[in-house]
Design a protein around this ligand. Sequence first.
Ligand code: CP
Length: 304
Amino acid sequence: YKDLLDVDLLTREEVQRIFQTADSFMEINNRSVKKVPTLKGRSVVLFFVEPSTRTKTSFDMAAKRLSADTFSLAKGSSSLTKGETLKDTVQTLQSMKIDAVVIRDPRDGAAKFAAERLNCAVLNAGDGRHAHPTQALLDAYTLRKVWNGEFEGKTLLILGDIAHSRVARSNVHLLTKLGVKVRLCGPRTLLPPRLDSWPVEVFHDVNEAVKGVDAVTTLRLQLERMQDGLLPSLDEYSKLFGIGVKHLELMNPGAKILHPGPINRGVELSSELADHDASIILDQVTSGVAIRMAMLFLLITRND
Ligand code: CP
């Protein structure tokens, strides 16, 4: 495959290969080796039309630790502000003979649109509500370590604003493919339509949803995508759907708490739980660099 647009097209074997490639970069990721020349002379464009802290920084770090050159293109400082279309922007990049574009855009399908017009690798860093494949890969990679490589028989709850979440969609695809039972829980107004066709169990009561799970991914309310009058009161939301340390008692022993970030402390999860030993939120960030090194390496060198 030339691009990483979502995880649904990846086979289990391809996912394992990505994990093993990430493992092979362990020494760079733990900084005992600072940099390798693997992608020396390659050019990676970081094209972020939406804000990002984790994804952009970790793609940038991943590329630089493999010795690729990175170039940032942001909405505010690019000709997008002068009305240039995505098509013209992409054609401009194509003419610069680059090796990869990492793209984040508020529109569903933007990464696919770019991939169809570029010869180089396109890595989706989040498109609208649609997909966030490297987030799902890094989440699964983090859980693989905690669960000693065993996904079968484990249960993960994804809790919160599922309707607006590309992270939830990509996680459902990937984790069910790996054998994890996935539960979803959130207010009815923040669940996507046609959930019947999703391979998940749906809950509306948090105390029921967390019973017997091995991990919980908490999600932020995506207020920036709620122009449709669905905005709940934050107080009411946190009382009904926020989780805290007391919820750990209902989960399986050793259960872990994940969050893709950014966190709204005190809304979807308490500050105490975010900083608790059960939280692996910062391990997710560390895994993100390894997974992004693996994806850049696999896609850029696919024809070498
Ligand atoms: N998880 C995630 O995509 O975070 P950023 O928006 O900070 O990149």
